[in-house]
Design a protein around this ligand. Structure first.
Ligand code: B12
Length: 282
């Protein structure tokens, strides 16, 4: 990332967790729960939590979601724990969201993805530091590792899909999430991760059992030529259906001979579903 905004980890006026609990008139463990479920913003310092006066004011002025009947903003709560690098707290937010009725798919698409998008937008305007963004990615990888098994579907596979981020694109998280979403649709998925050279796509597609299609993703600008070259090589050497997608896809990549070009996760799922259905019918 190009620009860093370093915020002081803690100001002298910040409160300890015990002080914040006393100010709020709640038990220490209750204040701790507020922090770990993302309701009360806090920073970790020297093994303890520090709460700013602003965060405390914001907490006191926001009505309890249960009392007001308002929808809980799980994505904002999660984003707060992600940038704090607090895996246990982030997991608590996810568990609480699922206890309130969200499915793993919804956790990915309506909670985690918007959290990351907000972190990316915050980074772009200098409000989120590089360190926070990297901490958020590290915790995200751990969360995906814990949530992933919930997408496995018992029964016969619908065939194999190979997906990867194109050479030059370092964004592995979108691929990992797409892989789980596709597993949830009954496909076997080979996830090549970030920065995948053409040969990796070809190797994986060649050895895949009942290949359905290959997905090439780009989340960064300036790699359209690599997307086109990868699609061309797959078309020439494998002759399989190809889906291209991700937020980095620019106008140039539309020159690639793909069966579908998608930007949203739902469009991506629909494209692979359609390709598998068409293959089963023919
Ligand atoms: C984390 C992150 C990083 C991490 C990635 C770590 C990792 N291991 O993945 C690091 C630090 C490496 C990084 C680097 C950079 N990043 Co970055 N990053 C992000 C961030 C915050 C989150 C990405 C993410 O995981 N999103 C969550 C996923 C689930 O959301 P999603 O993109 O919607 O993904 C879905 C779709 O892509 C969909 N999909 C749709 N169609 C298809 C089709 C197929 C086939 C597949 C497989 C999937 C698919 O499936 C996904 C799953 O649901 C985003 C912000 C954002 N808006 O997402 C910026 C963001 C993507 N990054 C950005 C930038 C600018 C960069 C850098 C260029 C910064 C720099 N100057 O160095 C570099 C690029 C390095 C490179 N060459 O790739 C920009 C991209 C803008 C653009 N279009 O070019 C963003 C949008 C931030 C911003 N607002 O400016 N980044």
């Amino acid at each position: 990332m190009i620009k860093a905004t370093e915020r002081p980890a803690s100001a002298p006026t910040d409160l300890t967790l015990a002080e914040a609990a006393e100010t709020l008139g709640v038990h220490y463990m209750t204040a701790y729960k507020y922090v770990r479920t993302g309701r009360l913003a806090a920073t970790k310092l020297g093994g303890g939590w520090r709460i700013s006066k602003d965060a405390l004011d914001e907490f006191r002025s926001s009505p309890s979601p249960r009392a007001s009947g308002e929808r809980v903003d799980w994505s904002a709560r999660l984003g707060d724990r992600l940038t704090a690098g607090d895996e246990a707290g982030a997991w608590n937010v996810i568990e609480a969201s699922m206890a309130s009725g969200l499915t793993p798919i919804s956790v990915y698409l309506d909670v985690l993805a918007p959290s990351l998008a907000a972190i990316g937008a915050g980074w772009a305007v200098g409000e989120v530091s590089i360190a926070e963004e990297h901490r958020a990615t590290a915790v995200t990888n751990r969360l995906i590792g814990r949530l992933g098994p919930q997408f496995n579907r018992p029964g016969q596979t619908r065939g194999t899909i190979v997906i990867g981020a194109v050479a030059g694109d370092q964004h592995a998280v979108p691929i990992a999430m797409a892989a789980d979403l596709l597993r949830g649709r009954g496909f076997t998925v080979i996830d090549l991760g970030a920065d995948s050279p053409i040969e990796s796509f070809i190797d994986a597609a060649t050895s895949a059992d009942r290949l359905v299609a290959v997905g090439i993703s780009s989340s960064t600008a300036g790699v359209d030529d690599n997307v086109i070259a990868t699609a061309d090589a797959l078309r020439d050497q494998i002759g399989c259906p190809i889906v291209i997608g991700g937020h980095g896809i620019e106008a140039d990549a539309r020159r690639a001979h793909a069966d579908a070009i998608t930007t949203s996760a739902n469009d991506m799922l629909e494209a692979f579903d359609r390709i598998a259905r068409d293959a089963a019918e023919n």
